[in-house]
Design a protein around this ligand. Sequence first.
Ligand code: NAD
Ligand code: 3PG
Length: 526
Amino acid sequence: MKVLVMDGVSEEGLKPLRENPEIEVVIGQKMTEDELCAAISQYDAMIVRSATKVTAKVFESAANLKVVGRAGVGVDNIDLEAATKKGALVVNAPDGNTIAACEHSIAMMLALARNVPQAVGKMKEKVWDKKAFLGVELRGKTLGVLGLGRIGSAVAKRAQALEMNVIAYDPFITEENASRLAVELMPLEEVFKKSDFITIHMPKTKNSYHLINDNTIAQMKQGVRIVNCARGGIVDEEALYKGMMSGKVAGAALDVFEKEPNLESPLLELPNFIATPHLGASTREAQLNVAVDVAEEIVNALTGKLVKNTVNIPSISPKALAVIKPYLGLAEKLGRFHAHLVDGRIKKVEVVYSGELASQDVMPLTTALLKGLLDPILQESVNFVNAPLLAKNRGIQVFQTTDGDSEGYANLISIKVYTDSGDKCLAGTLFGQSDARLVMIDGYRIDAVPSQHMLYIPHVDKPRIIGPVGTLIGEHNINIAGMQVGRKEIGGKAVMILAVDGLVPDETLKEIAAIDGVIEVKMINL
Ligand SMILES: NC(=O)c1ccc[n+]([C@@H]2O[C@H](COP(=O)([O-])OP(=O)(O)OC[C@H]3O[C@@H](n4cnc5c(N)ncnc54)[C@H](O)[C@@H]3O)[C@@H](O)[C@H]2O)c1
Ligand SMILES: O=C(O)[C@H](O)COP(=O)(O)O
């Protein structure tokens, strides 16, 4: 397996990849989008920082790409929708650079308050200017933290140690979390109104794009100082320029820009503006941390082990995974069985988990089930990453519920698929840790081991059906490994499930379908 490593990711941190004999590491040089598109098909995985843009076009050219690792937090340089559509997993390393980014934010705030970069610049010009750089103290000032996550919280703690009064805006965290940090959560307008310093620590999203704009700057305190070490684009740089020119904003420090690299910004001309070239995560410690974290995740992803920091699919705790893992195969088989049963366009899938599964995080089982259901139907490759998106893109509604009543089984997965031409249901259970059984098909109780090749034959419950079916299959030298018949009442409709040791030819299927009393014949390949 080949892994392409871009953007100068720490060599030392690539050890987990280098130590795996099945993995070849290729260090890539800066490439254009077209160059990357031409190269990417030979790679199974790729690691990037923020410089390389992994666009939809790159994913389209990536025939073998299974996983993209971001050695860092922000994934706005990776087209997540295209990754998911392609079935490529995206993982990041969210914890490794928290302290680096936090310390850089504090450094920027102090540098801003005391004009450190400007004064250093003068010294380097051999000018001893003691009068031009009258600063302000942080003690007693109010710091507004926008985004109280990993970095925002770490900044808040350090700002409190500098005796600042810390308030925050973060609509996605609880009051309890904020009060544990002794930080008061407030509406955004309040934070703008009260803050002497504002520091930004949220991701760039549709909601946060240009959050700092003409209108919001107008709501701020006269003489506010703004620090952004999160993402370019959260601050509207034109509005900031105007705010600084008018004197409303006394100073600003940016580590990140809407367009990077950026040496053309008019902001750079302003004496009270300071900037660094996206250095927030650039410490030896952070780079080692994120490289190790992401390299380990890539090894796990390529070798089929649990991956923690997934960005485009929900991750699951190892404890929860251990409980549901034995059911993944059963769920996928139920989906795959169903794919052969249904005729017509699938409109809706309902899955009910009962018994001991009712209290578990069963989302991965539904994903496995969708993978099994869609894989035999679709041309494109279906996997655990893209199965839910493929279902959504095809307008298939998926409902997942739990139910305490497992009809006497310790656990039960029931799936009902609605199509243009009606609906069909199927249920399965697991005896012990690995003994899967189909226990219900279209309301008929059965007890069949899901095997590689099976025949599903609904028929009228009358003599001279089972024998002729067996004879026809035997004539083709195909062994019948097992048979189950389910019926509700004597002489009514019944279903026959046969496990066979090979594919039954289409001609024979037609002959079976012609037997008097046979309603339908379907070959099921699991
Ligand atoms: N400059 C750098 O080199 C550097 C380094 C690391 C991280 N970062 C960036 O810093 C930012 C924060 O990283 P983190 O690890 O703390 O992330 P995090 O996910 O731990 O925290 C982000 C917080 O922002 C909040 N949030 C999301 N949308 C918001 C909105 N519209 N308004 C207010 N709050 C909102 C979330 O609830 C969360 O608490 C990210 O943008 C990341 O990419 C930059
Ligand atoms: O999101 C991040 O982790 C930071 O912005 C760091 O980006 P970098 O790896 O390009 O320095």
